[in-house]
Design a binder for this molecule. Structure first.
Ligand SMILES: Cc1cc2nc3c(=O)[nH]c(=O)nc-3n(C[C@H](O)[C@H](O)[C@H](O)COP(=O)(O)O)c2cc1C
Length: 218
């Protein structure tokens, strides 16, 4: 083996080592800790019904901020239908008792909802079973919106659907912005998944989906 080949082999092993370490840490939750917080943290819009309207919670998990913007868009559509809407990160939701309808959204990571979102559904199953609940998901698989990819993403959400049956299950293309990811996540995206940056969210589709919700939830 030549000196040049040895160096490239060393470089390859170094990259593989970093990426495997990143995977272990990310799957263990440490990667998420370093992620930049979402773009929309909390949003509340009161209807003019002076306390008579239904209170709706849109709770979401977002790592790089794009799912939080989808949650806000869904909340805005619901508030136009006369609901009192709160859009909030899942980790900050305290009590579901005051809400008459709940929308839960998560991004996909490594083929499933993030653990925080799935845990939220498990922990609040009793409360969610009592009110109309809708799910939505963002991911990159749907940047090619084919039947095959829809089936694949539906499979990612299936474990959560086994816990609580939603009245609607929106599956949307999301966004990749590696500048908003932690170092570890960036390594996974660039070196392993080899995904490039892009915003694939289709706002017409997202708004049209949200417009179906009032008839099912309010
Ligand atoms: C570490 C990592 C793993 C991901 N894994 C998947 C995946 O398995 N399937 C998929 O379709 N999208 C995957 N994505 C893409 C995200 O679901 C997509 O970019 C999402 O819109 C990001 O939402 P956020 O901006 O709210 O964090 C992954 C993204 C990251 C950063």
């Amino acid at each position: 083996m030549s000196e040049k080949q040895k160096v490239s082999r060393r470089q390859f092993l170094k990259t593989a080592g970093i990426v495997s370490g990143a995977l272990v840490l990310t799957c263990g939750g440490l990667g998420a800790a370093a992620t930049i917080p979402p773009g929309v943290d909390f949003y509340e819009k009161k209807s003019e019904g002076k306390g008579k309207m239904k209170k709706v919670l849109v709770a979401y998990s977002s790592k790089a901020g794009s799912t939080s913007e989808v949650a806000k868009a869904v909340g805005e559509v619901l508030s136009k239908s006369g609901a009192d809407v709160t859009v909030e990160q899942i980790k900050n939701v305290k009590d579901l008792a005051t809400y008459q309808a709940v929308v839960v959204g998560s991004l996909i990571r490594m083929g499933s909802w993030v653990p925080e979102a799935k845990n939220f559904i498990e922990k609040n199953k009793a409360a969610l079973d009592k009110v109309p609940t809708a799910f939505f998901t963002t991911c990159l698989t749907l940047k090619d919106d084919t039947e095959e990819n829809r089936v694949k993403v539906a499979g990612y959400v299936e474990p959560v659907m086994q816990i609580v049956k939603p009245v609607e299950n929106g599956l949307f293309a999301g966004k990749m912005d590696t500048s908003r990811l932690s170092f570890l996540d960036r390594m996974i995206i660039e070196k392993m998944i080899k995904e490039t940056n892009g915003d694939y969210r289709n706002w017409d589709e997202i708004n049209a989906w949200a417009e179906k919700l009032p008839a099912l939830m309010l």
